[in-house]
Design a protein around this ligand. Structure first.
Ligand SMILES: [Zn+2]
Length: 327
């Protein structure tokens, strides 16, 4: 007797990924016309730091988790299709996952999406760059107390253009942070909640964090050889404020091929200053491995549970050296 076969191609095309997630009782939020986002349901996910790292593209039938530790536990893979998902959750082979999916959804269910679908690698090298925005928000309040509370001076807030946005839309009532590409073109605004609302950060639908480094355009303008890499926007603001304009933020703890290329093409030396937690340390290790042969690398170890944005300028300068010495 023939062992049961799984028709991978047909499964990937016709079995709806949201249906599979529903089977596992995974609840995600809609963050765009085809995009869902939320906490990662995979057993490979150990970080409690990355709350919103899992996302699903319904049109492309693919998923990904951007948490560095989760990626590492999946042997460097950012995501995949529906069969990969089941294989990881069930800890079984791809073939077994395929057979399970056929058992659950049958062998001849009509396609859930009319358009022909093809499996696409998430974050492939062909990932599209972010398009310039074509507008700028008006009336951003750089003097809002939220910035003062976080130790951001008015001069720093004005230089970065960050502040409260009181207008309408999905960024209303949030502290907005303009994000520019390496050529200085405005490509997005991040919106930070100031009152404990979830999600902590909002980004426009379709914005690809992996294609940019926050403040890279200005770090390049300094003409320095070294760049300091931090995780978050506010880390970058504080490091800048301590006298180091050559600083960029990953906007998280994941590091993409594109971000690596952006750094390598501009700087001969990189100082990593990621968060003092498991996620930050792991991300720094992953980054160090990918950058070391090509640049001079310096790793700043932060004390446990410390992030650069919690440090004073003096404390930052003890860790990275006095201003003008980091370039
Ligand atoms: Zn994960």
């Amino acid at each position: 007797m023939q062992p049961p076969q799984a028709d991978f191609r047909s499964i990937k095309q016709r079995i709806p990924i949201d249906g599979v997630l529903a089977r596992y009782d995974v609840k995600l939020r809609s963050v765009g016309p085809h995009t869902l986002c939320g906490p990662c349901p995979l057993p490979t996910h150990t970080s409690r730091h990355s709350q919103e790292s899992f996302s699903v593209n319904l049109a492309r039938q693919v998923w990904s988790c951007h948490s560095a530790s989760c990626i590492a536990a999946r042997h460097g893979r950012l995501g995949g299709h529906v069969i990969d998902l089941v294989a990881i959750v069930e800890a079984c082979s791809l073939r077994q996952a395929g057979i399970r999916l056929q058992d659950w959804f049958g062998r001849g269910v009509p396609p859930s999406h009319p358009a022909p679908l093809r499996p696409v690698a998430v974050e492939s090298s062909a990932a599209q760059p972010n398009r310039p925005l074509g507008f700028a928000l008006q009336g951003i309040d750089n003097r809002h107390p939220y910035l003062t509370q976080r130790g951001i001076s008015l001069t720093t807030a004005q230089w970065f253009g960050v502040g409260m946005y009181h207008g309408a839309g999905f960024l209303a009532g949030r502290c907005v942070i303009p994000i520019r590409d390496e050529q200085g073109r405005l490509v997005a605004y991040a919106g930070r909640a100031v009152d404990g609302q979830e999600p902590k950060y909002r980004f426009p639908a379709g914005f690809r964090k992996s294609q940019v480094l926050f403040n890279l355009d200005r770090a390049i303008e300094t003409g320095g050889h070294n760049v300091i890499v931090v995780e978050g926007f506010f880390d970058a603001l504080k490091v800048y404020q301590a006298g180091h304009p050559g600083v960029v933020a990953l906007m998280g703890a994941s590091f993409s091929q594109r971000q690596s290329e952006l750094l390598l093409s501009r700087f001969a030396s990189v100082t990593l200053m990621l968060d003092g937690d498991q996620t930050g340390r792991h991300a720094a290790e992953v980054m160090a491995k990918s950058l070391t042969p090509k640049v001079r690398l310096n790793k700043v170890e932060l004390p446990n549970h410390t992030q650069p944005d919690q440090l004073s300028s003096a404390e930052i300068n003890v860790l990275v050296g006095p201003p003008n010495r980091t370039s």
